[in-house]
Design a protein. Structure first.
Length: 174
């Protein structure tokens, strides 16, 4: 006898979890990107004050996040995955209201396509090689080849970024 919901129900849960995780990834990526917006949008004084504002927001999120997550889990585990949707809507609306548009630029920087492709290849190869290492063993070609590709792509990425006029990653910051 099939489980409740059958195969179709499992696919719906899988897709909804994948969508929720994508929303969480976007949310987690946006947190570090918020600091430049805070610095540019609010004239609150020194850069140190702006860092304190960002740190305070992160501390509040760290303090209340587990509590809210626990309460949502009591309702349904799916609610935890969807909690970022209303937060994202509020954040987007608040940003559109509070952040001034950028000034028109006479010179638009070009996207670093080579760096983007090389970094993507490096990370996908690294994750692929590492994720298969337990099942196939470290000596397997299915593990070694992606890891070698990853190292080569990272080295090529560093070289391309060093020579790029508009790098994806500013290497002196490392």
């Amino acid at each position: 006898m099939p489980a409740a919901g059958g195969r179709g129900g499992n696919r719906i849960v899988l897709w909804s979890m994948t969508l929720a995780n994508a929303i969480i990834l976007v949310d987690q990526t946006a947190v570090p990107l918020a600091l430049p917006s805070i610095m540019k949008s609010f004239n609150v004084g020194s850069q140190q004050v702006q860092w304190v504002m960002m740190g305070g927001a992160a501390a509040v999120a760290g303090a209340f996040g587990p509590t809210i997550g626990g309460a949502l889990t009591a309702l349904s585990w799916r609610a935890v995955l969807l909690v970022n949707v209303p937060l994202a809507v509020v954040a987007i609306l608040g940003t559109l209201r509070a952040v001034r548009p950028d000034e028109a630029m006479e010179h638009r920087p070009h996207l670093d396509i080579k760096g983007t492709v090389l970094l993507t290849v490096a990370l996908v190869s690294l994750v692929s090689g590492l994720s298969q290492s337990q099942a196939w063993g470290w000596a397997s070609p299915g593990v070694l080849v992606p890891l070698v590709i990853s190292v080569a792509a990272i080295l090529a990425f560093l070289r391309v970024e060093h020579d790029s006029p508009n790098p994806l990653m500013d290497l002196p910051l490392l």
